[in-house]
Design a protein around this ligand. Structure first.
Ligand SMILES: Cc1cc2nc3c(=O)[nH]c(=O)nc-3n(C[C@H](O)[C@H](O)[C@H](O)COP(=O)(O)OP(=O)(O)OC[C@H]3O[C@@H](n4cnc5c(N)ncnc54)[C@H](O)[C@@H]3O)c2cc1C
Length: 474
């Protein structure tokens, strides 16, 4: 058996534990573990800058766990696999499935080609609790609304697969002839802004489990309510680790549920359910990243305004809650979910810019940028998704701040120039009397921007634009 060689193709499963395809490969014999950076077939879904940085560090960590035996390639996977198969005596190829439409098409072709060569090829589920086709309504159609999807679909379906241990005693082989080293992939930026990420993240499988333990120790206990408060430690910040597969949803699902049986655990599991829902949305609507699910939005009178867009991207809109969220993203590669909703609503509704602008910016700057979740999130915010926030529900960044950052800790963390403003005006400095601004060292338009739009007027304009689609407001 040890004479046989199986390829394990790592993709969004950069871990050794709970890796079904890797476990399968280990049963065959020696393993050639490979990673292929595929910008070619990815096309416009080529990974963004922040994701590329994460990937660099994650591959390093995985390579260490594999004793330096990870073989790395760049290009079209079909061509690269053909070349490996010509040079090495490979008996089988295994991978864990990805669900982006472009990857589904690519992998189906690759599978066919390999099978024709009489080499065993098999794919597994390594990143979802339930694959999109497993959850259907009784009439065979897919769910469009989250709550029935999760409660009637997922929770009534068969239990997710139990996590697997990492295979032991595996002989890993390295392709010394053709493998690149990780640096040759050129994933890091020339100006090394990624260095600032080191303070916030411990990238890799061990880092993911460390993060989970931290969350269990200090966040899970009040998750249901606490998850709304961005200055508090009640969310897991596991999203990039989950996206790159450094930890699996199955590991989270089972571990968290053994700890307690309460509202916080249920709520955390239901957020994993939202991830599953997003994957179902993309699988059943391959055009989700581009096309409004509700067609009536195709005629929405969006504006084009580069200055607004730049101010939003740079956290310089003059609306503190929005700017704090955008600066958190820029500085850490992450943004708290409450802020993703606030900044998203502001872009689409108060600035009246198309949700594609937000989706693209998040795609480039989020460490957890994920085609399924990001597209679902933006369609939700814009009101054009399947199960979306109605368009007329417009987040008010001032009241959101007062409610979810009552002590102003989050704003002060990311907007130091407003630190000395009293809480009463921290969320709306334009309302502060001149004497208070002066005392706090704030000069609007100089040390911090004047708001680029009037929140009330822009809200009214958004509702008017919505009415122009022939929609009645409740
Ligand atoms: C406009 C918009 C864009 C988004 N883009 C992304 C994205 O590209 N990648 C991404 O992972 N999440 C995205 N989200 C969802 C959500 O904001 C993040 O998953 C969450 O903030 C990650 O932080 P956490 O790990 O601390 O979450 P926790 O609250 O600790 O949740 C645990 C896990 O559950 C999943 N999850 C939580 N909330 C959601 C949600 N609303 N939808 C789907 N899955 C969820 C994530 O995998 C998350 O890591 C987006 C949300 C919005 C509103």
């Amino acid at each position: 058996m040890a004479d046989k060689l199986a390829i394990h193709w790592f993709r969004q499963d950069l871990r050794l534990s709970d890796n079904p395809a890797l476990v399968h490969a280990a049963k065959i014999g020696r393993i050639l573990p490979i990673y292929i950076l595929d910008d070619e077939t990815a096309g416009k879904h080529r990974m963004g800058q922040a994701s590329r940085c994460w990937l660099h560090h994650s591959l390093r960590s995985l390579n260490e766990s594999l004793g330096g035996k990870l073989s790395i390639y760049q290009g079209n996977p079909q061509t690269i696999l053909n070349d490996i198969l010509k040079r090495l005596d490979v008996d089988a190829i295994f991978w864990n499935r990805c669900y982006e439409p472009w990857r589904i098409d690519r992998d189906a072709l690759i599978k066919e080609t390999i099978a024709r060569k009489n080499i065993a090829v098999e794919s597994f589920n390594g990143s979802l609790l339930w694959e999109p086709w497993a959850i259907k309504k009784n009439d065979g159609t897919h769910y469009k609304v989250f709550t029935p999807f999760y409660r009637k679909g997922c929770l009534q379906a068969s239990e997710p697969r139990q996590p697997l241990s990492a295979p032991l005693g595996v002989h890993y082989q390295y392709d010394s002839q053709k493998s690149l080293n990780i640096d040759q992939l050129g994933l890091l930026p020339t100006i090394r802004w990624d260095k600032q990420l080191e303070a916030h993240w411990n990238i890799g499988e061990d880092g993911a489990h460390g993060r989970l333990q931290k969350f269990i120790g200090s966040g899970l206990v009040n998750y249901k309510e606490g998850r709304n408060f961005p200055a508090k430690p009640f969310v897991s910040r596991l999203s990039p680790h989950i996206h790159f597969g450094e930890i699996s949803p199955n590991q989270l699902w089972y571990l968290i549920r053994t700890l307690a049986d309460n509202k916080d655990v249920d709520h955390f599991c239901s957020e994993l359910g939202w991830r599953e829902f997003s994957y179902g949305q993309l699988y059943n609507n391959p055009e989700l990243p581009f096309k409004n699910l509700q067609q009536k939005f195709d005629n929405f009178p969006w504006t084009e305004n580069q200055e607004y867009l730049r101010a939003w991207q740079e956290g310089q809109t003059g609306v503190p809650m929005v700017d704090a969220g955008m600066r958190e993203l820029w500085q850490t590669g992450y943004m708290h979910n409450r802020l993703r909703m606030i900044v998203g609503s502001f872009l689409v509704k108060n600035l009246c810019l198309h949700w594609h602008h937000g989706e693209r910016w998040f795609w480039d700057t989020l460490l957890d940028a994920d085609l399924a979740i990001n597209s679902t999130g933006w369609q939700w915010i814009a009101g054009c998704g399947a199960d979306a926030a109605p368009f007329f529900r417009i987040f008010n960044p001032v009241t959101q701040g007062l409610k979810f950052d009552p002590d102003g800790d989050y704003i002060r963390r990311y907007i130091p120039e407003l630190t000395k403003l009293p809480n009463k005006y921290l969320f709306c400095p334009w309302e502060a009397p001149e004497s208070i601004l002066q005392e706090a060292g704030v000069s609007l338009g100089r040390t911090y921007p004047q708001p680029i739009v009037d929140i009330k007027q822009s809200r009214e304009a958004a509702l008017e634009a919505f009415r122009s689609l022939g929609q009645r407001l409740p």
